[in-house]
Structures are given as structure tokens and as C-alpha cells.
Design a protein around this ligand. Structure first.
Ligand code: MRU
Length: 362
């Protein structure tokens, strides 16, 4: 079996025999390695250093991590189980600030624990494991639905441009921005994908190009500063990106470089579709100005991935990991319930109301 075949058989994150098993994304594309994480610091470190990354994937990892913490606390006979569990959740949530899926998944597990209050800690730990597995299973279903809705916006043979990795490596199986391509592939439809390399950590080059190649998708890698040329030349008919947190008004935090891409796409009349599970839409954040943007070490710009430093020693750097795309640059959010078009605040309110009532969203 070659690496691409092995990769096809792996989930990005899985819970196996009381371990969180992840594909170590810092090793791709050179080596396909998995890590078996057990302790809370191991899980925290894996999220912090982007061994596992992408909003849905870190949500699932944190959910599995908290389920393991609950098991440990129960086995150790912790005196105040529920405050110790809340502390463990706060610790995992502190690993990365921007993607809402992380705190969303942890809150969901804490709520489940709250429903079980009064039960023995061992029973609560079992319930949390079941809930964490449900979060992972839902991710696959949600991403597949996003894929179906995204596909309805495309014509066969279209060119798509994507940024960073919002693919299966950022989720469990389909990804969000790549889901239309994968779901399309299952139906025999073919698209041509341009992948931005995504400075400084090269998720587009290392991860998106890897996973799309592994799936046999026609993928062309470009540097970020070539995107405007690709758009101007008419090589793509749509931009598909993921998101880390969508504010109530539609302002969208995603990997740094999404904003200039959306500006260029608007200039050249190419629609920008943000693929967004409803778990990434944060009604508690009114607009993009309130989104906390993670800043990462400057060495990621100057040294990481290079044989030699790419800047003079001591050079000042600024390394925000995400930017916020203004809502007016987004053509539609592709959610698991269907596309939401402007005005987004109203659209999201209708979407969440339909979701709460278990009704279809149109
Ligand atoms: O820093 P990363 O690699 O975790 O950033 C990932 C992104 O910005 C993705 O586009 C986003 O999380 C959506 S993943 C479906």
C-alpha cells in the first residue's frame, strides 16, 4: 500500500482504544505518520502546534480529549468531578483562540455532563465518550451535506480556487471547502482546483495539494500572490474557502490571506463561497471586530520549513494566523442546511430558527 492508499483509509482524528489518534499534519506531505495521544498536555500541544488543525478537526480532537479527561477523573475518584471537568475544558480551549468549533465542542460536552448531574462519574465519562463520538460522526454528515449544497452552485469542469486547507485534513472525511469536489467526484463530476500555497505555514501546499492529489483530483498549486492573476485570467469560476468563526453579521475569520483573495475575487466578478457548518457560526459575536485573532511566532515566517533562515536575524515580524473577510465580500455561506445569501444576519437568524424547530431551511 502506498501513502495515498493508506491516507484514504485513515480518519483525520479518531478515538481508538482510549487514545486520540491523529494524522500528524506537521509531517505531511513527506511522511504520513499517526500519533496516539493520551494525556491532556499531549492533546493541547498537538492542537497548539498544528499537528491537528482546521476548525472542525480541532473541535473533534478537543471533544475526544475532554472525554478522556472525564474517564481519568472518574478513575482517580476526583472529589469535585464537575469543577475538575470544567477546568480540563478550559485548558483544552486555551490551545487556540480563533476557531469557535473548539469551544463549541467543549461546551457541548459540558452541557451533556450537566444533564447527567447526579450520576456516578464513571457513567458521566461514558456519556461524554458517546457525545464526543457523535460530534465526530456529525462532522462527516454535515460536511457531506455542505458538499451537496456546494455542488449545486457549480457546473461540470468549473475551476475553483481555495485557500489554506479546509479539506478532509481539517475535518474528519470530506472537509468543508473541498466537500463539493469530493461529493462531485462520487457522482462522476470533475473540477479543476487551484490551491493557494498559504503562507506562512503552507497548509495549501502541504495539505490541500496532498489530499486532493491522493483523491485523484486535478489540482494546481499556486503561490498566494498569484491568485489575483488566476482570477483575472478567468481560470476559476468560484472561490471556495472554509472558516474559523463567522460573526452574526457574516464577517468571517479564516486563514490569513482569505481577505485579499475575497477582495480580488470581487474585483474580477468571481463569487466567494464560505463553506460553514452551523457550528462555526457564532451568534454571540456580533461582528468581525470582536473576533480574537491568534498571533503566532515570527519564526513561522522567517525559519519554519526553510533550510536556511529567510530573513535577517532579529527581524521584526507580525504573524496573525487569521484575517476577517468583510461580510459584503461573501457571496453566500454554504451550510449543511443550504446556502445562506445576504443579508446574512437575517439569513442566520432564519437558519437557526429552522434548525431549532427541526424544519427545512429554504
Ligand atoms: O491554522 P489552521 O491551519 O488551523 O487554519 C485553518 C483554516 O483557516 C481553515 O480554513 C478553517 O479552519 C476551516 S477548516 C474546515
Amino acid at each position: 500500500m502506498n501513502d495515498f492508499q493508506k491516507f484514504a483509509a485513515l480518519d483525520t482524528v479518531a478515538l481508538v482504544d482510549g487514545r486520540v489518534v491523529i494524522i500528524d499534519q506537521t509531517k505531511l506531505p513527506g511522511r504520513l505518520e499517526t500519533l496516539r495521544l493520551r494525556t491532556q498536555p499531549e492533546i493541547w500541544e498537538a492542537i497548539k502546534s498544528l499537528r491537528v488543525r482546521g476548525a472542525p478537526a480541532i473541535g473533534v480532537t478537543a471533544a475526544f480529549g475532554l472525554a478522556l479527561a472525564a474517564r481519568d477523573l472518574a478513575d482517580a475518584g476526583a472529589r469535585d468531578f464537575s469543577s475538575a471537568l470544567a477546568e480540563a475544558a478550559a485548558y483544552l480551549a486555551s490551545s487556540r483562540p480563533t476557531a469557535v468549533n473548539l469551544s463549541w465542542a467543549l461546551k457541548r460536552l459540558l452541557a451533556r455532563a450537566g444533564e447527567q448531574a447526579g450520576e456516578a462519574p464513571g457513567r458521566i465519562a461514558e456519556a461524554l465518550q458517546a457525545e464526543a463520538l457523535a460530534v465526530a460522526e456529525e462532522d462527516v454528515r454535515v460536511c457531506r451535506a455542505i458538499g451537496r449544497h456546494g455542488l449545486s452552485l457549480l457546473r461540470d469542469g468549473d475551476g475553483l480556487l481555495t485557500h489554506c486547507n479546509a479539506g478532509r485534513l481539517a475535518a474528519i472525511r470530506y472537509g468543508t471547502a473541498t466537500a463539493p469536489v469530493y461529493v462531485g467526484l462520487e457522482a462522476g463530476r470533475r473540477f479543476k482546483v487551484f490551491a493557494d500555497e498559504t503562507r506562512p505555514l503552507l497548509q495549501g501546499a502541504r495539505l490541500t495539494a496532498y489530499e486532493l492529489s491522493a483523491a485523484g483530483v486535478d489540482v494546481t498549486l499556486i503561490c498566494d500572490n498569484m491568485a489575483a492573476t488566476v482570477l483575472k485570467k478567468g481560470l476559476v469560476q468560484a472561490v471556495f474557502v472554509g472558516c474559523d468563526r463567522v460573526a452574526a453579521n457574516g464577517d468571517t475569520a479564516n486563514k490569513i490571506g482569505t481577505l485579499p483573495l475575497a477582495i480580488a475575487a470581487r474585483r474580477y466578478g468571481v463569487p466567494v463561497y464560505v463553506c460553514a457548518p452551523t457550528s462555526t457560526i457564532d451568534p454571540d459575536t456580533p461582528d468581525g471586530g470582536r473576533i480574537v485573532i491568534e498571533e503566532r511566532p515570527g519564526s513561522e515566517i522567517t525559519d519554519q520549513w526553510y533550510a536556511e533562515p529567510m530573513a535577517p536575524a532579529g527581524c521584526r515580524t507580525f504573524n496573525p494566523a487569521f484575517d476577517v473577510t468583510d461580510q459584503e465580500l461573501v457571496s453566500a455561506f454554504v451550510t449543511e442546511y443550504g446556502p445562506v445569501r445576504p443579508p446574512f444576519a437575517e439569513g442566520f437568524a432564519r437558519l437557526f430558527a429552522a434548525k431549532a424547530r427541526g424544519e427545512a431551511f429554504a
